[in-house]
Design a protein around this ligand. Structure first.
Ligand code: FEO
Length: 399
């Protein structure tokens, strides 16, 4: 029988591992080693379940729950987020525990109905509302748009624990469920990966929410998110990292993303990279079609500049670059500069279009000139691009 893991007195992790998950949220976020869907059980005079799991893992969650409470009933279920990785087991749960009182944010109640076409007697809660389970008082904090309208966090003051749902999540799938087993560097890096791919467009909301939580003076020594490990040893590092992510704090770094058939655009990318790299800039260079979008997203988060290159294919940019730019426009990045570049044969249209899309993404152009190349770059052309890379390096350092 699968067992729950105690995380605090009377509080248990009753989640599941999804070791085979390689594409999180459809194909939006390729991941390497699977993830977890974390549910938590609070055993008090009333028993409360915080979130369920993906429907297919419901029985595993129930095994872990029964390892703690046996056949005792569950009085409350808190739906912190209606997305199916956390609510997929809800219908089965309500069948097994028809007298359980469900709680959700107002938005959450609406989404649950639209997703599952079944109405329940939800208690609609907002920030500051509480639920007393006996010894413990659960306080709800709405977290709208981190990263759906309905997300919320549940805080238990007596145990100094915040159940944060998607916020502060990461994809570490392990039986060592606390951060200290993995080291700060890995945990923060995975949190960055998750933030960049799931939360990045909502940096403003994250910054405001962090401020609100600070202003509420919640005494927290453990954060239990809905994915990955539980934070107890690296909370200062985690809060600092989230502040940095939310404000797009950047380093002297440029990301170059390009697509190239006959290597002409690739030669341009590498000349620009050389010019920047030789002049003190960390350069990450990716052939778009060969790279997981999750890797590029993560590198973008703290880069000051993004350079995007494509050849001209029948007057259009490469499909991979078009998709990359489309996503970039949704990311609402702040304080970044950028530049399009690329080679062409008979019509020089694509670089201008890349620049237009970069501007649409809120990115300031590094150069007024169109950086394009007719067929193969000569040595002189490449030297000129290296020189341009050097100038861009100085501009990045001055940002
Ligand atoms: Fe982990 Fe927004 O679902």
């Amino acid at each position: 029988m699968k067992q729950a893991i105690q995380i605090k007195e009377n509080m248990y992790w009753v989640g599941v591992h999804d070791f085979n998950c390689r594409h999180f949220h459809g194909d939006l976020f390729p991941i390497a080693e699977g993830t977890t869907y974390n549910s938590y059980l609070i055993v008090d005079e009333q028993v409360t379940l915080i979130d369920t799991v993906e429907e297919e893992f419901y029985d595993t969650m129930m095994e872990r729950i029964r390892s703690v409470i046996g056949e005792r009933t569950i009085d409350n279920v808190i739906v912190q987020h209606a997305e199916p990785d956390h609510s997929g087991g809800f219908l089965k749960f309500m069948k097994d525990y028809p007298n359980a009182r469900p709680y959700a944010s107002n938005a959450g109640v609406g989404i649950m109905l639209k997703q599952y076409f079944k109405s329940y007697d939800f208690q609609r809660v907002k920030t500051g509302d509480t639920l007393s389970t006996g010894r413990y008082t659960l306080t709800f904090v709405e977290m709208p748009m981190i990263h759906w309208p309905d997300n919320m966090l549940t805080y238990v003051a007596e145990q100094k624990i915040a159940f944060s749902n998607d916020a502060f999540g990461q994809h570490i799938a392990s039986y060592d469920i606390f951060d200290d087993a993995h080291g700060a560097a890995k945990c923060i890096d995975r949190a960055k990966d998750y933030y960049a791919n799931i939360v990045m467009p909502y940096g403003m909301q994250v910054a405001n929410k962090l401020k609100q939580i600070r202003d509420m003076n919640l005494d927290i020594d453990m954060i239990a998110p809905a994915h990955g490990i539980i934070w107890r040893s690296y909370l200062p590092e985690l809060f600092q990292a989230y502040e940095d992510f939310a404000t797009f704090k950047a380093v002297d770094k440029a990301v170059i993303v390009y697509e190239s058939v006959w290597k002409h655009t690739q030669m341009m990318a590498e000349a620009l990279a050389e010019g920047m790299g030789r002049n003190g800039i960390c350069v990450k260079i990716f052939k778009c079609s060969m790279t997981s979008p999750a890797i590029i997203q993560k590198e973008l988060l703290d880069a000051k500049a993004v350079l995007v290159g494509s050849g001209n294919y029948n007057n259009a940019m490469a499909g991979s670059i078009a998709a990359f730019l489309e996503k970039l426009i949704t990311c609402k990045v702040k304080n970044k500069k950028g530049l399009g570049f690329g080679s062409y044969g008979w019509a020089n249209l694509v670089t201008k279009e890349i620049n237009a899309r970069l501007e649409k993404a809120g990115i300031t152009l590094l150069n007024d000139e169109v950086v394009s190349q007719n067929y193969t770059p000569s040595e002189a052309d490449l030297d000129a691009l290296m020189e341009l890379g050097k100038q861009i390096a100085e501009e990045i350092k001055a940002m």
